[in-house]
Design a protein around this ligand. Sequence first.
Ligand SMILES: [Zn+2]
Length: 57
Amino acid sequence: MNLKWHLSNEPPPLRTSDEGLVWHLKHAVHCGCRPLLNDVKDEVENRGIFVVVQSRT
Ligand SMILES: [Zn+2]
């Protein structure tokens, strides 16, 4: 878990808002302590955004 990233990046209250999607996608890149939630994935797909998230470990 990337604690430093979490401390400087507060999660927005609404996951499927613009801010929420940005937070979750950045989180997947910088930390990834949790998988992307289904409602976040659905919203990303609904918006036609193509995302590939790979673990760096
Ligand atoms: Zn995390």
